[in-house]
Design a protein around this ligand. Structure first.
Ligand SMILES: Cc1cc2nc3c(=O)[nH]c(=O)nc-3n(C[C@H](O)[C@H](O)[C@H](O)COP(=O)(O)OP(=O)(O)OC[C@H]3O[C@@H](n4cnc5c(N)ncnc54)[C@H](O)[C@@H]3O)c2cc1C
Length: 356
């Protein structure tokens, strides 16, 4: 029996689900979210926003546009939730050679990067950190406390009876002309935002979404006394109270969400190359990044079912990408605007028709 009629069903409340529901809410659309806590990528993420790829000193895809939209998005959310979620700090990129320093100077001169890369080299002022070549400073960066944000937002939706904390069972979805029926809900459209959980979704699992497992360790080190983040072979992010988040690993093979001893050992070894003081591992987390075959987001309409959409493929950069793309997806659904071909799910539709 139908007891609730809504405009949208949303499946998944990670960064993608949060961004699209905020956008739909702004546009006066009603929705119900299903969330079963089967994926934790958005919860365990470092939450770092950084427009620069620090391996090669190049701008990330649409970095400037994403920063311009994402930061006001999180400020507004911070205000609505009455919780501090944005932390701003610079990233200090540790150099390994004179060549890297030279590459930095060249990059820092480029128009897209010059607002973010400090032209001056920074010498080391912390004797607990090993560096022969100093640092380059990346500005206007920081992190979002994604766990706190998602928990607080989840509570808001629960209060408004817009959240069902349960698994969405794809087999129970019925399509009746333009109407979708799921259990007691009747909806006009459905958006799947399941991250790597998309692999269980029989409507969209033709998309080549190769999960990439990431792990962080949390270490305690009273002697380290670091008040900035370091990017070396690992990222070291101060959390306060002598705690630091250290990571993350990248693993294309293991698709389980459990923390592993291999990753812990790898991270500990990398950390020892950067600092020369003792630390103790106090916690470890793991999640699967939803990474597409061509490393671009994957969003848009199902090839066959016109009121069915996906919003996925944010890889290792969901914090900046989700708020940037949510308005584009909403325009696509509600105003029929075109999506850029490089992110439109239609680029994979041959795979769907081949399979059916
Ligand atoms: C270790 C690690 C560190 C990272 N660090 C950063 C970082 O510093 N900055 C950054 O920008 N990005 C980072 N990322 C990447 C970022 O976490 C992802 O891009 C982002 O979380 C993807 O969000 P999502 O909403 O698409 O997917 P998810 O976070 O996976 O969310 C999908 C949600 O859908 C739910 N779901 C799935 N299937 C169902 C179903 N059938 N029924 C109900 N619910 C369902 C899941 O429980 C989950 O909550 C990191 C990732 C990892 C693993």
């Amino acid at each position: 029996m139908i007891i609730k009629k809504v405009d949208f069903i949303i499946v998944g409340l990670g960064l993608a689900g949060l961004a699209i529901t905020r956008e739909l809410n702004k546009r006066g659309k009603s929705f119900v979210v299903y969330e079963d806590s089967s994926q934790v990528s958005s919860y365990v993420a470092g939450g770092i926003f950084n427009p620069v790829i620090l391996k090669r000193f190049t701008p990330a895809w649409k970095a400037k546009e994403q920063m311009d939209i994402a930061l006001p998005f999180y400020s507004e959310l911070e205000n609505d939730l009455q919780q501090k979620i944005i932390y701003r700090w610079d990233i200090f990129r540790r150099f390994h050679s004179i060549e890297e320093q030279n590459d930095w100077f060249v990059a820092a001169d480029k128009p897209l990067l010059s607002p973010f890369l400090d032209q001056n080299l920074v010498s080391n002022s912390n004797s607990s950190v090993k560096t022969d070549y100093g640092f380059g400073r990346v500005m206007h960066t920081g992190n979002i406390d994604t766990e706190l944000m998602l928990n607080a937002y989840r509570q808001e939706l629960q209060k408004k009876q817009q959240l069902r904390a349960e698994n969405f069972d794809y087999e129970l979805l019925q399509m009746n002309g333009d109407i979708l029926i799921y259990k007691d809900i009747q909806a006009k459209q459905i958006i799947f935002c399941e991250g790597f959980g998309l692999s269980r979704n029989s409507y969209f699992n033709y998309i080549p979404l190769h999960g990439n497992k990431g792990e962080y360790i949390i270490v305690k080190s009273p002697a380290l006394q670091l008040d900035f983040a370091i990017k070396a072979s690992v990222f070291i992010m101060p959390l306060g109270n002598d705690l630091y988040k250290v990571g993350a690993t990248y693993n294309n093979h293991d698709k389980t969400a459990e923390p592993t001893s291999e990753a812990r050992e790898q991270l500990e070894a990398s950390l020892k190359q950067v600092i020369n003081v003792d630390f103790e591992v106090v916690h470890q987390v793991a999640g699967i990044r939803p990474t597409s075959g061509d490393r671009r987001p994957v969003m848009g309409r199902h090839p066959e079912f016109k009121n069915m959409y996906c919003f996925n493929g944010f890889g290792s950069r969901g914090v900046l990408i989700a708020p940037y793309l949510a308005p584009k997806l909403a325009d696509h659904i509600l105003k029929n605007s075109l999506l850029n071909a490089e992110i439109d799910v239609s680029r994979f539709q041959k795979r769907y028709w081949k399979r059916t």
